[in-house]
Design a protein around this ligand. Structure first.
Ligand code: ZN
Ligand code: ZN
Length: 260
């Protein structure tokens, strides 16, 4: 069994072909998918799909790109929405200085609210970070000192040093199809060093289709390709990598269950 720890089933490209996407995922052995939300007006649709579909789970959060549009977001609001039995994580949240679509101070404020919600609920935080390693590390550390919270760095593309910091804080690291790209040598080297009990895999679909699907709309079924690539890279059977990363997912996202 594979788990897609991060996908956007409600995004254009996937939402129009929901049935086919879910069928192909299940046929490929993907037994669980975490459908991630990025805006408040998306929460009900993301949760609704998780309520209807076996093996589909939901998160509530505000993407850093959307932080400017959600000036009023509070940890209370996230906590309240997370009470739904299908909501197993808080996010995605974090900092994105590559696109800088939202004011950086607002991104940080929003990020803090998510971490507070993660700590209060015990639900893992799903962290997005791009070109913002230093500030991301600082906030993660500072908040950890205020009280522990679980979490994952999703679609990891940062440095070896940032990986070390995240692991030292007890966080998990999730790798997307980017690791299969030819020009991703540095990331492949980092992937080899991630402890086997802290590794998750994801598609971040509809984006970032892994080799050999590059150029296509990415979908959860393709997480099996990333798993195969990582198994080859680490020199272990794909079944072992699949089982281990699945176990890690349910250890971290402990509100979810294998048969739920
Ligand atoms: Zn992201
Ligand atoms: Zn995402």
């Amino acid at each position: 069994m594979f788990v897609d720890s991060h996908c956007h089933l409600n995004y254009k490209g996937l939402v129009e072909q929901e049935r086919g996407v879910l069928e192909r995922a299940r046929a490929a052995g993907v037994g669980a998918m975490l459908n991630i939300s990025t805006r408040e007006n998306e929460w009900d649709a993301v949760i609704g799909l998780a309520e209807r579909e076996q093996g589909v789970w939901a998160s509530v959060g505000i993407h850093p790109h959307e932080a400017d549009q959600h000036g009023e977001i509070t940890s209370e609001k996230l906590i309240e929405k997370s009470r739904n039995s299908r909501v197993i994580g808080i996010g995605e949240t974090g900092l994105d200085y590559y696109y800088d679509y939202s004011d950086r101070e607002q991104q940080k404020a929003c990020f803090h609210q998510h971490i507070i919600a993660a700590r209060e609920t015990g639900l893992p935080i799903i962290v997005h970070t791009r070109d913002a390693e230093e500030d991301t590390a600082q906030i993660l550390r500072e908040e950890m000192e205020r009280g522990a919270y679980p979490g994952v760095i999703h679609c990891f593309t940062a440095s070896a040093e940032f990986a070390r910091i995240a692991l030292d804080l007890g966080l998990y690291i999730s790798l997307s199809g980017i690791v299969t790209f030819k020009n991703a040598k540095d990331l492949q080297d980092i992937a080899k060093t991630i402890p086997e009990n802290r590794l998750l895999i994801e598609t971040d679909s509809p984006f970032l289709a892994p080799v050999p699907h590059r150029g296509k709309t990415c979908e959860p079924a393709f997480v099996s390709n990333t798993a195969q690539f990582l198994a080859d890279l680490k020199n272990v059977p794909v079944e072992e990598l699949a089982e281990k990363s699945t176990e890690n997912f349910f250890n971290l996202f402990s509100k979810a269950s294998r048969d739920g």
